[in-house]
Design a protein around this ligand. Sequence first.
Ligand SMILES: C[S@@+](CC[C@H](N)C(=O)[O-])C[C@H]1O[C@@H](n2cnc3c(N)ncnc32)[C@H](O)[C@@H]1O
Length: 411
Amino acid sequence: MHRVFCAQGYRHCRQQAGPPPHGDNKEETPLLRNLRSKIQAVGPITVAEYMKEVLTNPVSGYYMHGNVIGVHGDFITSPEVSQMFGEASILARRCEWQKMGAPRPLQLVELGPGHGSLAEDVLRVFVQLGASKGISLRLVEVSPALSKLQAARLCPGTSKKASTVASHYMAATTPHGTSVRWYRSVQDVPHLFSCFIAHEFFDALPVHKLQKTSAGWREVLIDIDPAGAPGKFRFVLSRAETPACKLFVKSGEQRAQLEVSPESGVVVQHLAKRLYQDGGLALVVDYGHDGTKCDTFRAFRRHQLHDPLEEPGTADLTADVDFSYLRSCAGDSLTLGPVPQASFLQRMGINTRLQVLLGSCLPEQRDRLLSGYHMMVDPDQMGERFQVFAMFPSVLRDHLTRFPVNGFHDP
Ligand SMILES: C[S@@+](CC[C@H](N)C(=O)[O-])C[C@H]1O[C@@H](n2cnc3c(N)ncnc32)[C@H](O)[C@@H]1O
């Protein structure tokens, strides 16, 4: 199957797409009422609190809508653009797994699986290689609506059992017999040798925004705009240093603005602990920077930039991932990258894979295959903006110096 789309319109592209997933209703939503009441009760809230509430409020958060990714959603991602992304990323992990002696059982863990396309491509590679025995898939997903889409895609026609006793909340089996389970948090995933992957997951985690002023560092907060329509918000600065200013601004910081995601730090610390205790590796792919950018918090709606304070819950909120911060939270784990997605995919053989697919595709699939490839590797599209970062347990440092990790070094 060639699941390739012609879509322009990943989060930085502009494309008018199909009907909106959330409608154009400008009436006050329950989410907006909640946020307004909260600010009225406790005063201005941090951008991190706002982002968390808007994206993952269990009733009306943005990700609870379900159909947010793709041509008819608000943004598109590499796994949705082409199967070649999933194939390259699993080949990278499989090589390293084999270097570690191919331990089984092997747990594939995806954080924030969206529509399940990456997991589907990864499992297909294992099945095609005849290597799916002893493999399980564990999905960390906060959205019940998205988890239903994932289950329909990965486990069609099989019953999905809701779980009330175990740490997972749903379980099913793929047509090839792979066990799939859904978790709300990575902390709940069983302790086993694991390959973790997070594609466009960390950019959805809340950030604090901090700003240098003549009086010192202050936090950017969100308040009700007294001059605007009811329920209109605005950015304000904290009157004094907040805990985030004290905790996250390093001495000698040169930037005038910072974005920090402590929730991302907690996840990375947990991954580092898991890799140390149980063995495995983690691959993170996201748009981001290595501690250089300052002001990237933004919203996307129907493939267009959108005001993040306007109609909360109807647009995706995101901020570039600071890989230098993730590295600082990884303890003594071996970290690699970030390297640009284009060089990673090319080192993993995407050019050869493209030629193979072009040789076997139907004529009508050719243009889509090529446009998907260009979107993923073109430096002006996803090729440079998206970065790949990996973590390994520190015990493998010498081993991986002698046998360098695929995708991160030129052969
Ligand atoms: C931007 S989408 C990326 C989807 C997919 N990885 C892709 O690249 O197509 C973010 C995903 O992370 C999930 N998510 C966001 N915040 C989460 C959290 N705190 N815990 C677990 N999943 C979360 C969303 O529901 C969604 O599945």
